[in-house]
Design a protein around this ligand. Structure first.
Ligand code: SF4
Length: 324
């Protein structure tokens, strides 16, 4: 299956008054056509930075220190604003965490949806309006004609996020990027949004790059999973590889802490002891060494390289060197 977007050796720093924060380091993975790839990890692991790079929406203090993001044979990180405008919202769309901050609060839903179709020069106003109604219908918004006249604050959180999804897929992008799109929603709404994303992905044969800290959502939605820790990829593989044959101690620890996998009644939920390292000073050896239950001497002095566990499955851990 051909690659739609690929992250090649991507490293990104953030300049801060206290010095550079090495937020993402040597990230390599790709999203193939018609696939859903999930990035999972704790807060601060670099998920949002990686997916922001996919649409070149990095903050002003971000510095790409190495690597590229290739889409249609071009490095997205080198494109001009004009070239980016041709891609954003058209070939690559994004659904943000909180629709209240991604939708314009003073412009009606209908006007925002019509504006998104500004590239469709041959479409009349009526056609654009009809496309908007069709898409609202498709994402399950009741009474879509009336909704076009409403403003984001007049709708519930779940409805706003459905409308964000409708806006994102209006131009039938080849890839939809979703950054924790259900964080602001309750559990029932969360399940509905994930179900909707899956349905739309199949219907439009598009790809999705989905970031979440929620393992259950990743398992439900994704074909492939990238596990990130402290700005690096710890493990990547098919959904089955990661959830049924995890090899990296961090992935195993994450799975052990997932409340939905705990079968025995307990008063104290398991956690991963310790904290994510300070990304201003990257440890010499493995970034997980301070928290890893399997840490051994080489972990403190040598950065583990990536090992192949199988054709679809890779992990960066010295234990795999011992096993190979
Ligand atoms: S390299 Fe060492 S510290 Fe890092 S995850 Fe593997 S065993 Fe743990």
């Amino acid at each position: 299956m051909s690659s739609l977007i690929s992250f090649e050796n991507l490293s990104i720093d953030f300049e801060t008054p206290a010095g550079p924060v090495h937020a993402v380091r040597n990230v390599n993975f790709e999203v193939a056509e018609n696939k859903v790839v999930g990035i999972v990890g704790e807060s601060g692991c670099g998920k949002t930075t990686v997916i922001s790079a996919a649409i070149n929406l990095l903050s002003n203090n971000a510095v790409v220190t190495s690597g590229k993001v290739i889409f249609e044979n071009k490095n997205i990180l080198n494109l001009s604003e004009i070239e980016l405008r041709r891609i954003r919202g058209n070939k690559i769309s994004m659904v943000f965490q909180d629709p209240m901050t991604s939708q314009n609060p003073v412009i009606s839903i209908g006007k925002q949806m019509m504006d998104i179709q500004y590239r469709q020069k041959g479409f009349s106003k009526e056609q654009k309006r009809s496309n908007s109604i069709d898409m609202l219908n498709r994402v399950g918004i009741p009474d879509p004609e009336m909704r076009l006249n409403q403003f984001p604050h007049e709708l519930s959180g779940g409805m706003r996020q459905r409308i964000s999804i409708a806006m994102a897929i209006l131009m039938k992008p080849s890839i939809l990027i979703a950054d924790e799109p259900t964080t602001a929603l309750d559990v029932t709404m969360e399940a509905q949004i994930i179900h909707l994303l899956r349905e739309l992905q199949r219907e439009f044969s598009s790809s999705i790059l989905f970031a979440s800290h929620n393992l259950g959502l990743i398992a439900e939605l994704c074909d492939e999973v990238v596990v990130m820790y402290a700005g690096e990829i710890a493990e990547k593989g098919s959904c089955h590889d990661i959830f049924h044959r995890p090899t990296h101690p961090y992935t195993k620890a994450l799975l052990a802490c997932d409340p939905s996998r705990i079968t025995e009644r307990t008063r104290k939920l398991p956690t991963i002891q310790g904290d994510v390292p300070n990304l201003q000073v990257i440890p010499k050896g493995c970034v997980f060494s301070d928290r890893c239950p399997a840490v051994h001497d080489p972990c403190y002095s040598h950065r583990p390289r990536e090992f192949s566990v199988s054709a679809t499955h890779k992990a960066s851990c010295h234990l795999l060197h011992c096993a190979n």
